[in-house]
Design a protein around this ligand. Structure first.
Ligand code: SF4
Length: 336
């Protein structure tokens, strides 16, 4: 999603007369599009800005002009959006070196520009943004705001245009594509008919609203045979604490149903280890789930408390060493 946003920003700035700089030292303006899904992502932003300032050569560009630093993306969304985790004053205090704090929407404005896509045959197409679910550990409903679906006809036009320009693969993006309105299944079926588009992928689908109608649409020949289906944990007590509305059994049943309909599907997942209250037994249940499902890949995160989320109030009681150990166990099991 951030990459797709950066492609839109690049197009808007190009329209204003800017060009992409080859090196950071050549730039007049540095736009940092931030991610705040994990604490480490935010720490990297603080580190990057400190390094820019430390190295004096990079606060003024090669022409001796002071560079303007603009911060955008999820860290700004969490301070200026409709649901806030912290105030803009708090963010400004942490990053006094930044000249402007703008949300993506503020930077893009009402501009109707085609994203400046990096690739020439495959394209990201955001279909919806935001999330109304509030999993207890997650910053997305704050950083990205409430769920908004892009108009159906606008998406069809965009994909038809991409097909005309020679694009063959598209990846539909959304925090939970299943909740695309009016209907994700209908959108998949419709886009599938567009001549020239050979492969349609999508990310992410949550397990609780992946309906039979969507599974039916997923079985169409040009839909990618990889499904990303975040499990997050294999322990029912932890899933409940995470505010994930399914049990391990329901997850396994869903996987079976999908495999029955699409036998060659590959499934990947996201898992958080060391969530507050995750005992060794609870972690063992996650290991069991992974063995039962046979994920082809997994993005495994060590839990980090995020201020402003519901889980921030829970005691972060799994020691860092133990989190690392659990991370390694799953990494070896799934990814190696
Ligand atoms: S559904 Fe996904 S984006 Fe929404 S709160 Fe849960 S983890 Fe975050």
């Amino acid at each position: 999603m951030n990459e797709a946003d950066s492609e839109r920003l690049a197009a808007v700035f190009e329209k204003k007369g800017y060009q992409l700089a080859k090196k950071i030292g050549d730039a007049d303006v540095i736009i940092i599009n931030t991610c705040s899904v994990r604490e480490s992502a935010e720490n990297r932003v603080f580190g990057l800005i400190n390094n820019l300032i430390k190295n004096k050569q990079q606060t003024t560009n090669n022409k001796g002009k002071k560079q303007k630093i603009i911060l955008t993306g999820c860290m700004v969304g969490s301070a200026k959006g409709e649901r806030r985790r912290y105030t803009l004053t708090q963010l400004k205090r942490k990053l006094p070196q930044v000249d402007e704090f703008k949300t993506i929407e503020e930077l893009v404005g009402q501009e109707e520009v085609a994203p400046k896509r990096k690739k020439t045959t495959s394209a990201f197409v955001p279909i919806m943004e935001g999330c109304d679910h509030f999993c207890s550990y997650c910053v997305v409903p704050y950083a990205r705001g409430r769920e908004i679906s892009r108009p159906f006809d606008e998406l069809v036009c965009e994909v038809e245009e991409l097909a005309k320009r020679g694009y063959k693969e598209i990846t539909l993006l959304g925090q939970n594509v299943n909740s695309y309105r009016p209907s994700f299944a209908k959108l998949l079926r419709h886009l599938h008919q567009i001549k020239g588009i050979k492969k349609i992928s999508f990310i992410t689908s949550n397990p609780w609203d992946l309906t039979d109608e969507i599974i039916e649409a997923m079985s169409l020949p040009n839909i990618d045979r990889y499904l990303h289906l975040p499990a997050q944990s294999g322990d029912n007590r932890i899933l409940k604490k995470m505010n994930r509305p399914y049990t391990t059994l329901q997850y396994i049943k869903l996987v079976k149903k999908i495999r029955k309909k699409i036998p060659d599907i590959e499934i990947g997942t996201d898992i958080i280890v060391g969530f507050p209250g995750e005992t060794k037994k609870a972690f063992g249940n996650t290991v069991d789930l992974c063995k039962k499902v046979g994920f082809v890949k997994a993005y495994i995160a060590k839990y980090s408390p995020r201020p402003g989320t519901a889980a921030f109030k829970f005691k972060d009681n799994v020691p860092p060493e133990e989190k690392k150990k659990r991370w390694r166990v799953l990494e070896e099991l799934i990814n190696k």
